[in-house]
Design a protein around this ligand. Sequence first.
Ligand SMILES: *Cc1c(COP(=O)(O)O)cnc(C)c1O
Length: 426
Amino acid sequence: MKKSDPQEFFPYHGGKLFCEEVDLSEILRKHGSPTYVYSHEGFRSPVERLKTGLSGLPVQICFAMKSNSNPELLKILKQCGIGIDLVSGGEMRIARSVGFSGNQMVFSGVGKLPEEIESALKNDVFSFHVESIPELDLIQEILEARFPPDRRARVALRFNPDVNPKTHPYISTGLRENKFGLEKSEILWVAKNLKNWPRIQIAGLSIHIGSQLVTLAPMKEAFQKLKSCVETFESLSKIELEYVDLGGGLGIRYKNEKPPTIEDYCKLIQKEWSAWIQGRRAATRVFLEPGRLISGNAGVLLTQVQFRKERKSRTFLIVDAAMNDLARPSLYGSYHEIIPLNSALRKGKTASTDIVGPACETADRFASGRKVPVSWKRGEFLALLSCGAYGYSMASNYNSRPRPAEVLVKNKEFFLIRDREKIEPL
Ligand SMILES: *Cc1c(COP(=O)(O)O)cnc(C)c1O
């Protein structure tokens, strides 16, 4: 399989679908269906490729854990030596429990709560990525009210560069009309009024323009706007920034997109930032916040066909996974490749088919009018590919359905890393 392919870590062997060296049907026999399965190497490999591509540049990679927050998977990333991009106090507690230290974390988000800010300060989170001026005021107030006078907080201002990432409107974040970040005029106003926040040390500027970007052009444009913003900020404020954060957002292949490779992405970063960094007086680092790029193609969702329902105009395959287990198709109309565990079922006569879940919503649909073999019927097992990012982390209990189990595969072994949820706590 090609690098960065949905099946890179999920090959067929002897007619059966595997994850690394484990037959997926073995996992289903032991843990039931539906179940998320992740490849250990699937998580590790993109991180190693990023590290290689960025070698020589002073970089800090922070995994956007909202894409997948399973503690056992976070441990793999901890072993790779990277940090965490948080968006809530809950994520901070999970990351702490896995052994990440506060200074390996940056805290993003437009609506941080007072108790989340206080707890992040107590945990010595490296930096707050601030998205509004009232948020700066709130951090200042909390420091004054609850912390010793010499305690200051490091902050990076999130700059909204007004760039169109050309992705789905629900996952574009760097346009002026989006709720995220500060406009350049606001950032420059902060630069001129730093005395308002004596307990805050502005250490960087950050951007994150959207998710599932399949071209580098919007990133390049945003990088250039960021550089110019850094320059103006520093000349107005007379302070030297410690870092720039380039956000996440690089897309992966779900279907036939041709996203830039990790290597192309690293080349762009090297080209835009290496000389810039060397030309600066102060030591400066580059932060990245990839989520999907690391987790997306490392996981699949396994499901079993319950019923085949033939209509004159349409065929429905009703599977045992639903929109509560995997929300992306209902939420964004997103595409997931769906393949059978038994490779013999890949061939033969096809019919235009809707693959749907049992939830009481027409939106509970994983594929619409997809050409799939007519041999797919009750009892067969299927894998929805590219479910490692925004899969389990977006799962809910809609229809009072317990969330699925999660299993990690490493070489020949597999481990249950989260029990199937029980109905009693619900
Ligand atoms: C969601 C998010 C990311 C990660 O986005 P991906 O598309 O998964 O790489 C990075 N930074 C911030 C601030 C985010 O909100």
